[in-house]
Design a protein around this ligand. Structure first.
Ligand code: HEM
Length: 534
Protein backbone atom coordinates (compact mmCIF):
# COMPACT_ATOMS: atom_id res chain seq x y z
CA UNK A 1 0.00 0.00 0.00
CA UNK A 2 1.16 3.53 -0.68
CA UNK A 3 2.24 5.27 2.45
CA UNK A 4 0.14 8.37 2.90
CA UNK A 5 0.65 11.22 5.21
CA UNK A 6 3.60 9.75 7.03
CA UNK A 7 4.63 11.99 9.88
CA UNK A 8 8.11 11.96 11.22
CA UNK A 9 8.86 12.87 14.76
CA UNK A 10 12.22 13.73 16.22
CA UNK A 11 12.59 12.34 19.74
CA UNK A 12 14.41 14.03 22.57
CA UNK A 13 17.68 12.34 21.64
CA UNK A 14 17.35 13.59 18.08
CA UNK A 15 16.47 10.15 16.60
CA UNK A 16 13.64 9.71 14.10
CA UNK A 17 10.45 7.80 14.95
CA UNK A 18 7.81 6.74 12.47
CA UNK A 19 4.24 7.45 13.51
CA UNK A 20 1.43 5.19 12.39
CA UNK A 21 0.26 6.28 8.99
CA UNK A 22 -3.36 7.03 8.47
CA UNK A 23 -5.29 3.83 7.90
CA UNK A 24 -2.60 1.62 9.43
CA UNK A 25 -2.81 -0.11 12.78
CA UNK A 26 -1.08 1.38 15.79
CA UNK A 27 1.43 -0.95 17.45
CA UNK A 28 0.13 -2.04 20.86
CA UNK A 29 1.11 -4.29 23.75
CA UNK A 30 -0.65 -7.64 24.09
CA UNK A 31 -2.99 -5.81 26.49
CA UNK A 32 -3.87 -3.30 23.77
CA UNK A 33 -2.03 -0.28 25.13
CA UNK A 34 -0.68 1.85 22.24
CA UNK A 35 3.09 2.03 22.09
CA UNK A 36 4.96 5.28 21.52
CA UNK A 37 8.53 4.01 21.07
CA UNK A 38 9.49 0.43 20.23
CA UNK A 39 13.21 1.12 19.73
CA UNK A 40 14.46 2.23 23.14
CA UNK A 41 14.03 0.74 26.60
CA UNK A 42 12.91 3.01 29.42
CA UNK A 43 16.08 4.21 31.18
CA UNK A 44 17.20 6.59 33.87
CA UNK A 45 18.82 9.17 31.63
CA UNK A 46 19.93 8.37 28.09
CA UNK A 47 22.93 6.32 29.32
CA UNK A 48 21.48 5.04 32.60
CA UNK A 49 20.17 1.62 33.77
CA UNK A 50 16.90 0.12 32.46
CA UNK A 51 13.75 0.37 34.58
CA UNK A 52 11.70 -2.65 35.68
CA UNK A 53 8.70 -0.36 35.23
CA UNK A 54 9.09 -0.79 31.43
CA UNK A 55 6.14 -3.17 31.04
CA UNK A 56 6.32 -2.90 27.28
CA UNK A 57 9.93 -4.10 27.14
CA UNK A 58 9.28 -6.87 29.69
CA UNK A 59 6.22 -8.15 27.84
CA UNK A 60 7.98 -8.10 24.46
CA UNK A 61 11.05 -10.01 25.71
CA UNK A 62 8.97 -12.39 27.87
CA UNK A 63 6.89 -13.38 24.87
CA UNK A 64 9.93 -13.83 22.65
CA UNK A 65 11.66 -15.98 25.28
CA UNK A 66 8.73 -18.40 25.13
CA UNK A 67 8.31 -18.64 21.35
CA UNK A 68 9.58 -22.19 20.92
CA UNK A 69 7.47 -25.26 21.59
CA UNK A 70 9.03 -28.72 21.64
CA UNK A 71 9.55 -30.09 18.17
CA UNK A 72 7.76 -33.33 17.33
CA UNK A 73 9.53 -36.31 18.83
CA UNK A 74 9.49 -37.78 15.32
CA UNK A 75 8.56 -36.13 12.00
CA UNK A 76 9.89 -32.82 13.36
CA UNK A 77 10.60 -31.34 9.95
CA UNK A 78 7.48 -30.89 7.92
CA UNK A 79 5.59 -28.69 5.54
CA UNK A 80 1.83 -28.34 5.19
CA UNK A 81 -0.84 -27.02 2.86
CA UNK A 82 -4.61 -26.58 2.80
CA UNK A 83 -6.92 -28.02 0.19
CA UNK A 84 -9.97 -30.17 -0.27
CA UNK A 85 -11.03 -33.75 -0.87
CA UNK A 86 -13.68 -34.51 -3.48
CA UNK A 87 -15.64 -37.75 -3.37
CA UNK A 88 -16.07 -39.51 -6.74
CA UNK A 89 -19.16 -41.58 -5.93
CA UNK A 90 -21.20 -42.85 -3.02
CA UNK A 91 -19.52 -45.59 -0.99
CA UNK A 92 -22.61 -46.20 1.14
CA UNK A 93 -22.39 -49.90 0.32
CA UNK A 94 -19.20 -50.07 2.39
CA UNK A 95 -19.20 -47.17 4.81
CA UNK A 96 -21.60 -44.81 6.52
CA UNK A 97 -18.88 -42.10 6.64
CA UNK A 98 -20.86 -39.00 5.72
CA UNK A 99 -18.19 -37.49 3.47
CA UNK A 100 -18.21 -40.63 1.30
CA UNK A 101 -21.97 -40.71 0.65
CA UNK A 102 -22.37 -38.20 -2.19
CA UNK A 103 -20.56 -37.82 -5.53
CA UNK A 104 -18.94 -34.41 -5.82
CA UNK A 105 -18.98 -33.74 -2.05
CA UNK A 106 -16.04 -31.49 -1.11
CA UNK A 107 -14.41 -31.77 2.31
CA UNK A 108 -11.79 -29.26 3.55
CA UNK A 109 -8.34 -30.80 4.08
CA UNK A 110 -4.97 -30.01 5.63
CA UNK A 111 -1.89 -32.08 4.78
CA UNK A 112 1.54 -32.14 6.42
CA UNK A 113 4.48 -33.85 4.72
CA UNK A 114 7.55 -34.61 6.79
CA UNK A 115 10.77 -36.51 7.23
CA UNK A 116 10.96 -38.81 10.25
CA UNK A 117 14.42 -38.77 11.76
CA UNK A 118 15.82 -35.26 11.34
CA UNK A 119 15.27 -32.30 13.62
CA UNK A 120 13.11 -29.34 12.67
CA UNK A 121 16.01 -27.61 10.93
CA UNK A 122 17.36 -30.61 9.06
CA UNK A 123 17.59 -30.84 5.27
CA UNK A 124 14.77 -32.01 3.03
CA UNK A 125 16.52 -34.67 0.96
CA UNK A 126 17.71 -36.99 3.70
CA UNK A 127 17.34 -40.68 2.90
CA UNK A 128 14.27 -41.20 5.05
CA UNK A 129 10.63 -42.16 5.13
CA UNK A 130 8.28 -39.24 4.36
CA UNK A 131 5.22 -38.62 6.51
CA UNK A 132 1.99 -38.02 4.58
CA UNK A 133 -0.53 -36.90 7.21
CA UNK A 134 -3.99 -35.84 6.05
CA UNK A 135 -6.72 -34.21 8.12
CA UNK A 136 -10.17 -34.12 6.55
CA UNK A 137 -12.64 -31.82 8.31
CA UNK A 138 -15.77 -33.89 7.69
CA UNK A 139 -19.31 -33.02 8.82
CA UNK A 140 -19.02 -35.79 11.40
CA UNK A 141 -15.69 -34.79 12.84
CA UNK A 142 -12.09 -34.87 11.76
CA UNK A 143 -10.60 -37.89 10.03
CA UNK A 144 -6.80 -38.09 10.31
CA UNK A 145 -5.11 -40.54 7.96
CA UNK A 146 -1.60 -40.34 9.41
CA UNK A 147 0.36 -42.18 6.77
CA UNK A 148 3.80 -42.44 5.16
CA UNK A 149 5.11 -42.62 1.60
CA UNK A 150 6.08 -46.25 2.21
CA UNK A 151 3.32 -48.85 2.66
CA UNK A 152 4.99 -50.89 5.41
CA UNK A 153 6.78 -50.16 8.67
CA UNK A 154 9.95 -51.16 10.56
CA UNK A 155 8.23 -52.96 13.42
CA UNK A 156 5.14 -55.05 14.02
CA UNK A 157 4.30 -53.88 17.53
CA UNK A 158 4.12 -50.32 18.89
CA UNK A 159 6.00 -51.33 22.03
CA UNK A 160 9.19 -51.28 19.91
CA UNK A 161 8.63 -47.76 18.58
CA UNK A 162 10.79 -45.93 21.18
CA UNK A 163 13.64 -48.34 20.35
CA UNK A 164 13.54 -47.95 16.58
CA UNK A 165 13.36 -44.16 16.94
CA UNK A 166 16.14 -43.99 19.55
CA UNK A 167 18.27 -46.10 17.23
CA UNK A 168 17.73 -43.89 14.17
CA UNK A 169 18.13 -40.53 15.96
CA UNK A 170 21.58 -39.17 16.88
CA UNK A 171 23.53 -41.36 19.30
CA UNK A 172 23.05 -40.10 22.86
CA UNK A 173 26.68 -39.61 23.85
CA UNK A 174 27.81 -37.74 20.70
CA UNK A 175 24.51 -36.33 19.35
CA UNK A 176 25.37 -37.28 15.79
CA UNK A 177 24.79 -38.27 13.05
CA UNK A 178 21.99 -35.81 12.36
CA UNK A 179 19.12 -36.65 10.04
CA UNK A 180 20.49 -39.83 8.58
CA UNK A 181 20.32 -43.53 9.15
CA UNK A 182 23.95 -44.28 8.31
CA UNK A 183 25.29 -45.21 11.71
CA UNK A 184 26.07 -48.11 13.99
CA UNK A 185 23.11 -47.70 16.34
CA UNK A 186 20.58 -47.74 13.53
CA UNK A 187 22.04 -50.72 11.72
CA UNK A 188 22.67 -52.53 14.99
CA UNK A 189 18.95 -52.30 15.79
CA UNK A 190 17.91 -53.19 12.23
CA UNK A 191 20.26 -56.18 12.05
CA UNK A 192 18.75 -57.44 15.31
CA UNK A 193 15.19 -56.90 14.02
CA UNK A 194 14.47 -59.19 11.07
CA UNK A 195 10.88 -57.90 10.82
CA UNK A 196 12.33 -54.59 9.53
CA UNK A 197 13.79 -56.16 6.35
CA UNK A 198 10.86 -55.39 4.05
CA UNK A 199 10.83 -51.75 5.19
CA UNK A 200 14.62 -51.55 4.81
CA UNK A 201 14.34 -52.54 1.15
CA UNK A 202 11.94 -49.62 0.59
CA UNK A 203 14.09 -47.19 2.62
CA UNK A 204 17.19 -48.12 0.60
CA UNK A 205 15.23 -47.65 -2.63
CA UNK A 206 14.62 -44.44 -4.57
CA UNK A 207 11.33 -44.00 -2.67
CA UNK A 208 13.30 -42.57 0.24
CA UNK A 209 14.70 -39.66 -1.81
CA UNK A 210 11.62 -38.29 -3.59
CA UNK A 211 12.01 -35.50 -6.11
CA UNK A 212 9.30 -33.54 -4.33
CA UNK A 213 6.26 -34.10 -2.15
CA UNK A 214 4.18 -33.74 -5.30
CA UNK A 215 5.67 -36.91 -6.79
CA UNK A 216 5.12 -39.19 -3.79
CA UNK A 217 2.58 -41.85 -2.99
CA UNK A 218 1.03 -42.04 0.46
CA UNK A 219 -0.21 -45.05 2.42
CA UNK A 220 -2.37 -45.54 5.49
CA UNK A 221 -0.18 -48.66 6.05
CA UNK A 222 -2.51 -50.52 8.43
CA UNK A 223 -5.63 -52.44 7.63
CA UNK A 224 -8.62 -50.31 8.66
CA UNK A 225 -12.34 -51.03 8.56
CA UNK A 226 -15.17 -49.46 6.67
CA UNK A 227 -18.47 -49.98 8.49
CA UNK A 228 -21.79 -49.34 6.70
CA UNK A 229 -25.17 -48.27 8.06
CA UNK A 230 -26.11 -51.93 8.65
CA UNK A 231 -23.01 -52.34 10.84
CA UNK A 232 -21.33 -54.56 8.22
CA UNK A 233 -17.57 -54.30 8.04
CA UNK A 234 -15.17 -54.41 5.07
CA UNK A 235 -11.41 -54.28 5.57
CA UNK A 236 -9.70 -51.40 3.77
CA UNK A 237 -6.16 -50.28 2.95
CA UNK A 238 -5.73 -46.63 1.91
CA UNK A 239 -3.38 -45.36 -0.83
CA UNK A 240 -2.71 -41.83 -2.16
CA UNK A 241 -1.64 -41.84 -5.83
CA UNK A 242 -0.04 -38.62 -7.13
CA UNK A 243 -1.53 -37.33 -10.39
CA UNK A 244 2.00 -36.32 -11.44
CA UNK A 245 3.28 -39.88 -11.02
CA UNK A 246 6.25 -41.06 -8.98
CA UNK A 247 9.67 -39.46 -9.28
CA UNK A 248 12.82 -39.57 -7.22
CA UNK A 249 16.27 -38.02 -7.39
CA UNK A 250 19.43 -40.15 -7.34
CA UNK A 251 21.71 -40.13 -4.31
CA UNK A 252 24.33 -37.97 -5.97
CA UNK A 253 21.71 -35.32 -6.65
CA UNK A 254 20.28 -35.62 -3.14
CA UNK A 255 23.68 -34.94 -1.57
CA UNK A 256 24.24 -31.87 -3.73
CA UNK A 257 20.71 -30.53 -3.31
CA UNK A 258 20.95 -30.85 0.46
CA UNK A 259 24.04 -28.65 0.41
CA UNK A 260 22.79 -26.14 -2.13
CA UNK A 261 19.16 -25.88 -1.01
CA UNK A 262 18.18 -27.69 2.19
CA UNK A 263 14.60 -26.39 1.70
CA UNK A 264 14.23 -28.02 -1.71
CA UNK A 265 10.94 -29.79 -0.96
CA UNK A 266 9.44 -26.85 0.89
CA UNK A 267 10.30 -24.45 -1.87
CA UNK A 268 8.87 -26.83 -4.48
CA UNK A 269 5.48 -27.07 -2.74
CA UNK A 270 5.35 -23.34 -1.99
CA UNK A 271 6.17 -22.36 -5.56
CA UNK A 272 3.79 -24.87 -7.14
CA UNK A 273 0.84 -23.77 -5.05
CA UNK A 274 1.62 -20.04 -5.23
CA UNK A 275 1.75 -20.27 -9.01
CA UNK A 276 -1.60 -22.05 -9.20
CA UNK A 277 -0.08 -25.40 -10.08
CA UNK A 278 -2.08 -27.33 -7.49
CA UNK A 279 -0.82 -30.84 -6.72
CA UNK A 280 -3.39 -33.60 -6.69
CA UNK A 281 -3.62 -37.16 -5.41
CA UNK A 282 -6.30 -39.80 -5.80
CA UNK A 283 -7.42 -41.62 -2.68
CA UNK A 284 -7.58 -45.29 -3.57
CA UNK A 285 -8.76 -48.25 -1.54
CA UNK A 286 -8.14 -51.96 -1.47
CA UNK A 287 -11.28 -53.59 -0.10
CA UNK A 288 -11.47 -57.15 1.21
CA UNK A 289 -13.46 -59.30 3.57
CA UNK A 290 -12.69 -61.76 6.36
CA UNK A 291 -12.62 -64.68 3.92
CA UNK A 292 -9.84 -63.05 1.92
CA UNK A 293 -8.02 -62.09 5.14
CA UNK A 294 -8.14 -65.72 6.31
CA UNK A 295 -6.82 -67.06 3.01
CA UNK A 296 -4.11 -64.46 2.25
CA UNK A 297 -0.48 -65.63 2.48
CA UNK A 298 0.29 -63.04 5.14
CA UNK A 299 -1.53 -61.63 8.14
CA UNK A 300 -3.49 -58.52 7.18
CA UNK A 301 -2.82 -57.23 10.71
CA UNK A 302 0.95 -57.28 10.13
CA UNK A 303 2.10 -53.72 9.21
CA UNK A 304 5.32 -55.05 7.64
CA UNK A 305 3.29 -56.57 4.79
CA UNK A 306 1.40 -55.22 1.80
CA UNK A 307 -1.46 -56.73 -0.14
CA UNK A 308 -0.18 -56.74 -3.74
CA UNK A 309 -2.26 -54.57 -6.08
CA UNK A 310 -2.59 -57.45 -8.52
CA UNK A 311 -4.22 -59.51 -5.75
CA UNK A 312 -6.63 -56.83 -4.55
CA UNK A 313 -6.97 -53.99 -7.09
CA UNK A 314 -6.63 -50.40 -5.98
CA UNK A 315 -9.81 -48.42 -6.68
CA UNK A 316 -9.90 -44.61 -6.76
CA UNK A 317 -12.65 -43.12 -4.56
CA UNK A 318 -11.84 -39.42 -4.61
CA UNK A 319 -9.21 -36.76 -5.14
CA UNK A 320 -7.22 -34.48 -2.87
CA UNK A 321 -6.17 -31.07 -4.16
CA UNK A 322 -3.77 -28.78 -2.28
CA UNK A 323 -4.49 -25.20 -3.29
CA UNK A 324 -3.55 -22.87 -0.42
CA UNK A 325 -0.46 -22.36 1.68
CA UNK A 326 -1.02 -21.43 5.33
CA UNK A 327 -0.82 -17.70 6.08
CA UNK A 328 1.35 -18.61 9.02
CA UNK A 329 3.56 -21.67 9.29
CA UNK A 330 3.44 -21.92 13.07
CA UNK A 331 -0.32 -21.47 13.38
CA UNK A 332 -1.12 -24.32 11.03
CA UNK A 333 1.82 -26.53 10.15
CA UNK A 334 3.51 -26.50 13.53
CA UNK A 335 0.36 -26.61 15.64
CA UNK A 336 -1.56 -29.17 13.65
CA UNK A 337 -2.11 -32.26 15.79
CA UNK A 338 -2.67 -35.46 13.85
CA UNK A 339 -3.98 -38.48 15.73
CA UNK A 340 -4.77 -41.90 14.28
CA UNK A 341 -7.64 -42.13 16.75
CA UNK A 342 -9.50 -39.34 14.89
CA UNK A 343 -12.06 -41.24 12.84
CA UNK A 344 -15.64 -40.40 11.87
CA UNK A 345 -18.50 -42.93 12.06
CA UNK A 346 -18.03 -45.49 9.28
CA UNK A 347 -14.24 -45.79 9.63
CA UNK A 348 -12.76 -48.11 12.25
CA UNK A 349 -9.63 -49.90 13.31
CA UNK A 350 -8.28 -53.39 12.88
CA UNK A 351 -6.32 -55.20 15.58
CA UNK A 352 -2.96 -54.35 13.98
CA UNK A 353 -0.77 -54.05 17.10
CA UNK A 354 1.09 -51.06 15.65
CA UNK A 355 -2.13 -49.18 14.97
CA UNK A 356 -3.53 -50.02 18.40
CA UNK A 357 -0.39 -48.56 20.00
CA UNK A 358 -0.48 -45.47 17.82
CA UNK A 359 -4.04 -44.78 18.93
CA UNK A 360 -2.63 -44.29 22.42
CA UNK A 361 0.55 -42.46 21.47
CA UNK A 362 -0.71 -39.52 19.44
CA UNK A 363 -3.10 -38.04 22.01
CA UNK A 364 -0.38 -38.26 24.62
CA UNK A 365 2.30 -36.67 22.45
CA UNK A 366 0.07 -33.77 21.37
CA UNK A 367 -0.55 -32.81 24.99
CA UNK A 368 3.19 -32.81 25.65
CA UNK A 369 4.01 -30.82 22.54
CA UNK A 370 1.17 -28.31 22.52
CA UNK A 371 1.02 -27.99 26.28
CA UNK A 372 -2.69 -28.05 27.03
CA UNK A 373 -5.60 -30.45 26.80
CA UNK A 374 -7.26 -27.64 24.86
CA UNK A 375 -5.07 -28.05 21.77
CA UNK A 376 -8.30 -29.01 19.96
CA UNK A 377 -9.42 -25.38 20.39
CA UNK A 378 -6.71 -24.18 18.00
CA UNK A 379 -8.36 -23.31 14.66
CA UNK A 380 -6.23 -25.83 12.69
CA UNK A 381 -7.30 -28.66 15.00
CA UNK A 382 -10.92 -27.73 15.73
CA UNK A 383 -13.57 -29.58 13.73
CA UNK A 384 -15.34 -27.48 11.12
CA UNK A 385 -18.67 -29.13 11.98
CA UNK A 386 -20.75 -28.25 15.05
CA UNK A 387 -19.41 -29.93 18.20
CA UNK A 388 -20.77 -29.95 21.73
CA UNK A 389 -19.63 -31.61 24.93
CA UNK A 390 -19.18 -30.94 28.62
CA UNK A 391 -15.39 -30.73 28.57
CA UNK A 392 -14.34 -27.59 30.37
CA UNK A 393 -11.52 -25.53 31.82
CA UNK A 394 -7.85 -26.49 31.63
CA UNK A 395 -5.04 -24.26 30.42
CA UNK A 396 -6.02 -21.81 27.67
CA UNK A 397 -9.68 -22.87 27.41
CA UNK A 398 -11.29 -21.00 24.51
CA UNK A 399 -14.63 -22.76 24.77
CA UNK A 400 -16.52 -23.66 27.91
CA UNK A 401 -20.04 -25.01 28.38
CA UNK A 402 -22.58 -22.20 28.63
CA UNK A 403 -25.53 -22.11 31.02
CA UNK A 404 -26.00 -23.99 34.27
CA UNK A 405 -25.49 -27.61 33.27
CA UNK A 406 -21.98 -28.90 32.69
CA UNK A 407 -22.93 -32.56 33.13
CA UNK A 408 -25.48 -35.02 31.89
CA UNK A 409 -28.04 -36.35 32.44
CA UNK A 410 -29.44 -33.09 33.83
CA UNK A 411 -32.96 -31.91 34.63
CA UNK A 412 -32.53 -28.44 33.15
CA UNK A 413 -33.04 -29.49 29.54
CA UNK A 414 -29.62 -28.08 28.77
CA UNK A 415 -26.67 -29.26 26.74
CA UNK A 416 -26.05 -31.98 24.18
CA UNK A 417 -27.23 -35.60 24.39
CA UNK A 418 -25.71 -38.79 23.01
CA UNK A 419 -27.27 -40.35 19.91
CA UNK A 420 -27.24 -44.12 19.48
CA UNK A 421 -28.40 -43.59 15.89
CA UNK A 422 -25.91 -41.08 14.49
CA UNK A 423 -23.14 -41.61 17.04
CA UNK A 424 -19.85 -43.44 16.42
CA UNK A 425 -20.31 -47.17 17.01
CA UNK A 426 -17.21 -49.33 17.39
CA UNK A 427 -17.47 -52.39 15.20
CA UNK A 428 -18.55 -55.24 17.53
CA UNK A 429 -15.95 -57.77 16.39
CA UNK A 430 -15.82 -61.04 18.30
CA UNK A 431 -12.66 -61.13 20.42
CA UNK A 432 -11.53 -63.83 22.84
CA UNK A 433 -8.24 -65.22 24.06
CA UNK A 434 -5.72 -65.44 26.84
CA UNK A 435 -3.96 -62.34 28.12
CA UNK A 436 -0.47 -62.89 26.68
CA UNK A 437 2.59 -61.13 25.29
CA UNK A 438 3.11 -63.21 22.18
CA UNK A 439 3.81 -62.56 18.54
CA UNK A 440 1.47 -64.59 16.33
CA UNK A 441 3.04 -67.23 14.08
CA UNK A 442 1.33 -65.51 11.14
CA UNK A 443 3.72 -62.54 11.60
CA UNK A 444 6.86 -64.70 11.26
CA UNK A 445 7.88 -64.47 7.57
CA UNK A 446 10.16 -61.44 7.32
CA UNK A 447 11.88 -62.04 4.00
CA UNK A 448 9.34 -63.04 1.30
CA UNK A 449 7.90 -59.59 0.71
CA UNK A 450 11.33 -57.97 1.00
CA UNK A 451 12.41 -60.25 -1.86
CA UNK A 452 9.24 -59.55 -3.86
CA UNK A 453 9.85 -55.82 -3.55
CA UNK A 454 13.50 -56.13 -4.61
CA UNK A 455 12.79 -58.24 -7.67
CA UNK A 456 9.89 -55.99 -8.70
CA UNK A 457 12.38 -53.15 -9.22
CA UNK A 458 13.94 -52.26 -12.59
CA UNK A 459 17.68 -53.00 -12.99
CA UNK A 460 18.74 -49.35 -12.33
CA UNK A 461 16.48 -49.28 -9.25
CA UNK A 462 18.05 -52.51 -7.98
CA UNK A 463 21.48 -51.02 -8.54
CA UNK A 464 20.45 -48.00 -6.46
CA UNK A 465 19.35 -50.30 -3.62
CA UNK A 466 22.70 -52.12 -3.66
CA UNK A 467 24.58 -48.81 -3.75
CA UNK A 468 22.50 -47.36 -0.92
CA UNK A 469 23.06 -50.39 1.29
CA UNK A 470 26.80 -50.36 0.55
CA UNK A 471 27.09 -46.64 1.26
CA UNK A 472 25.01 -46.67 4.45
CA UNK A 473 26.64 -49.81 5.84
CA UNK A 474 30.09 -48.50 4.96
CA UNK A 475 29.58 -45.89 7.65
CA UNK A 476 28.97 -48.62 10.21
CA UNK A 477 32.25 -49.10 12.07
CA UNK A 478 31.44 -52.48 13.63
CA UNK A 479 32.19 -55.38 11.24
CA UNK A 480 29.80 -57.79 12.99
CA UNK A 481 26.85 -55.45 12.30
CA UNK A 482 27.74 -55.26 8.61
CA UNK A 483 27.98 -59.03 8.49
CA UNK A 484 24.66 -59.51 10.22
CA UNK A 485 23.07 -57.31 7.56
CA UNK A 486 24.67 -59.33 4.78
CA UNK A 487 23.32 -62.47 6.49
CA UNK A 488 19.80 -60.99 6.22
CA UNK A 489 20.35 -59.93 2.60
CA UNK A 490 21.24 -63.53 1.75
CA UNK A 491 17.67 -64.42 2.66
CA UNK A 492 16.34 -61.67 0.40
CA UNK A 493 18.43 -61.95 -2.75
CA UNK A 494 21.79 -63.63 -3.13
CA UNK A 495 23.08 -61.36 -5.87
CA UNK A 496 22.19 -58.31 -3.78
CA UNK A 497 23.98 -59.81 -0.77
CA UNK A 498 27.04 -60.51 -2.93
CA UNK A 499 27.17 -56.98 -4.33
CA UNK A 500 26.89 -55.39 -0.90
CA UNK A 501 29.41 -57.79 0.65
CA UNK A 502 31.96 -57.10 -2.06
CA UNK A 503 31.32 -53.34 -1.82
CA UNK A 504 32.02 -53.57 1.90
CA UNK A 505 35.11 -55.72 1.40
CA UNK A 506 33.59 -58.75 3.15
CA UNK A 507 35.54 -61.67 1.63
CA UNK A 508 33.80 -64.65 3.17
CA UNK A 509 29.99 -64.55 3.19
CA UNK A 510 28.30 -65.26 6.54
CA UNK A 511 25.62 -67.93 6.97
CA UNK A 512 22.12 -66.67 6.01
CA UNK A 513 20.32 -65.27 9.06
CA UNK A 514 17.98 -67.55 10.96
CA UNK A 515 15.02 -65.33 11.72
CA UNK A 516 13.62 -67.87 14.16
CA UNK A 517 16.61 -67.42 16.46
CA UNK A 518 17.13 -64.08 18.18
CA UNK A 519 20.46 -62.71 16.88
CA UNK A 520 23.35 -62.47 19.36
CA UNK A 521 23.30 -59.03 20.89
CA UNK A 522 26.77 -58.78 22.39
CA UNK A 523 29.69 -57.79 20.19
CA UNK A 524 33.44 -57.72 20.56
CA UNK A 525 34.71 -54.11 20.41
CA UNK A 526 36.31 -53.59 17.02
CA UNK A 527 38.50 -50.98 15.35
CA UNK A 528 36.75 -48.38 13.21
CA UNK A 529 36.72 -49.13 9.48
CA UNK A 530 37.12 -46.59 6.75
CA UNK A 531 34.06 -45.09 5.07
CA UNK A 532 33.53 -46.14 1.47
CA UNK A 533 32.78 -43.20 -0.80
CA UNK A 534 29.99 -43.83 -3.24
C1 HEM B 1 4.20 -38.43 14.06
C2 HEM B 1 3.20 -41.66 10.66
C3 HEM B 1 4.11 -45.26 13.73
C4 HEM B 1 4.26 -42.04 17.24
C5 HEM B 1 3.87 -39.00 12.87
C6 HEM B 1 3.63 -38.27 11.67
C7 HEM B 1 3.34 -39.18 10.72
C8 HEM B 1 3.41 -40.48 11.31
C9 HEM B 1 2.99 -38.88 9.28
C10 HEM B 1 3.74 -36.77 11.48
C11 HEM B 1 2.43 -36.11 11.71
C12 HEM B 1 2.57 -34.65 11.36
O1 HEM B 1 2.88 -34.34 10.19
O2 HEM B 1 2.35 -33.82 12.24
C13 HEM B 1 3.39 -42.91 11.20
C14 HEM B 1 3.18 -44.15 10.51
C15 HEM B 1 3.46 -45.16 11.36
C16 HEM B 1 3.83 -44.55 12.61
C17 HEM B 1 2.68 -44.26 9.09
C18 HEM B 1 3.40 -46.64 11.18
C19 HEM B 1 2.67 -47.21 10.28
C20 HEM B 1 4.13 -44.71 14.96
C21 HEM B 1 4.14 -45.45 16.18
C22 HEM B 1 4.16 -44.53 17.17
C23 HEM B 1 4.19 -43.22 16.57
C24 HEM B 1 4.12 -46.96 16.29
C25 HEM B 1 4.17 -44.74 18.65
C26 HEM B 1 3.78 -45.82 19.27
C27 HEM B 1 4.34 -40.80 16.67
C28 HEM B 1 4.55 -39.59 17.41
C29 HEM B 1 4.54 -38.54 16.49
C30 HEM B 1 4.32 -39.14 15.21
C31 HEM B 1 4.74 -39.48 18.91
C32 HEM B 1 4.73 -37.06 16.75
C33 HEM B 1 3.40 -36.41 16.70
C34 HEM B 1 3.44 -34.93 16.95
O3 HEM B 1 4.17 -34.47 17.84
O4 HEM B 1 2.68 -34.22 16.26
N1 HEM B 1 3.73 -40.35 12.63
N2 HEM B 1 3.78 -43.18 12.47
N3 HEM B 1 4.15 -43.35 15.22
N4 HEM B 1 4.21 -40.50 15.35
FE1 HEM B 1 3.92 -41.85 13.93
Amino acid sequence: ATIHDQKLHRGKGGELHQFAEEGRDVLTTAQGAPIDDDQNTLRVGARGPALIEDFHFREKIFHFDHERIPERVVHARGYGAHGFFETYESLSQYTRADFLQRAGEKTPAFVRFSTVAGSKGSFDLARDVRGFAVKLYTREGNWDLVGNNIPVFFIQDAIKFPDVIHAVKPEPDREFPQAQSAHDNFWDFISLTPESMHMIMWVMSDRAIPRSFRFMEGFGVHTFRFVNANDESTFVKFHWKPKLGLQSVVWNEAVKINGADPDFHRRDLWEAIQSGNFPEWELCVQLFDQTFADSFDFDVLDPTKIIPEEVIPVQPIGRLVLDRMPDNFFADTEQVAFMTQNVPPGIGFSNDPLLQGRNFSYLDTQLKRLGSTNFTHLPINAPKCPFHNFQQDGHMAMRNPTGRANYQPNSWGEGPRESPVSGYRHFPSEEAGQKVRLRPESFADHYSQARQFYISQTPPERRHIAMALTFELSKVATPAIRERMVAHLLNIDESLANKVASGLGIGELPQPADAAVAPRQDLEPSPALSIIEN
